[in-house]
Design a protein around this ligand. Sequence first.
Ligand code: DHB
Ligand code: FE
Length: 293
Amino acid sequence: MTGAMRRTSTGVAIVAELVAGIGTSHVPAVGAAIDNGRQGEPYWAPYFDKIEPVRAWMAEADPDVCIVVYNDHASAFSLQIIPTFAIGVAAQFPPADEGYGPRAVPVAEGHPELAWHLAESLILDEFDMTIVNEMPIDHGCTVPLSVAFGQPERWPCRLIPICVNVIQYPAPTGHRCYQLGRAIRRALDAWPGDERVVIFGTGGMSHQLQGERAGLVNAEFDRAFMDRLVADPVAQAAVGHTEYMREAGSEGIELVMWLVMRGALDSDVREVLRVNHVPTSNTSNGLIVLEPR
Ligand code: DHB
Ligand code: FE
């Protein structure tokens, strides 16, 4: 239970501080390029040059906790059980073996106390989260950590992973994801700790991995998505699955997870950084950093 609100000597409530929201693609080949020392190769250098300012920003922001909203790609859950929303409350999250051995990245340290607070707050707020005590994290989560932090010996912050099903139809709506973000924010605002938190929404941008339109990239859609995410997230949250599929490809639906991140922020945000880069594997790679004003 949350218990009594802690206050400073001047009576100000002590709650978690949401420092920023980050939207980023989670392309597995980016993780492989990092792990295999290929960041300087001609194919990869232009992308890694572009994300350098994000890593510098992250080092400066120095969060205590990262909440990473991502989709498990049938790594932790298989296809036998498909939770719409799940939260990892474990003390540690090892990298998943996605078929060629786990990535050589650190085991992420969890934050069970805050994760259980989030679970309690979200469920009492009528979001039926699946509580996950044991959860290896796949590229959906580890690649954003690598993008943000590079290759440290240990991840410099604790991790609370939140999974959203965007693999098996029906995925939750953009609106539901945005509302989940609002509920995460209410939970953070009621947490009597002084942690500095960054929330990630991952996946996207436009991409399709199979079928006739495999390799689809729609730069115009991606740019408009980022613009609306910043300026009018409520309008973006009203966009339906069919439009994502048609405009951004079958895997472009992952973008609804950016709306969870955006929902956690205030309505007015400052865009600190934006990156868009093509190609990285099959995906239009996007990254945005938003701070509360
Ligand atoms: C790719 C992108 C993804 O988001 C993913 O989950 C798997 C593969 C890709 O572009 O290769
Ligand atoms: Fe993905």
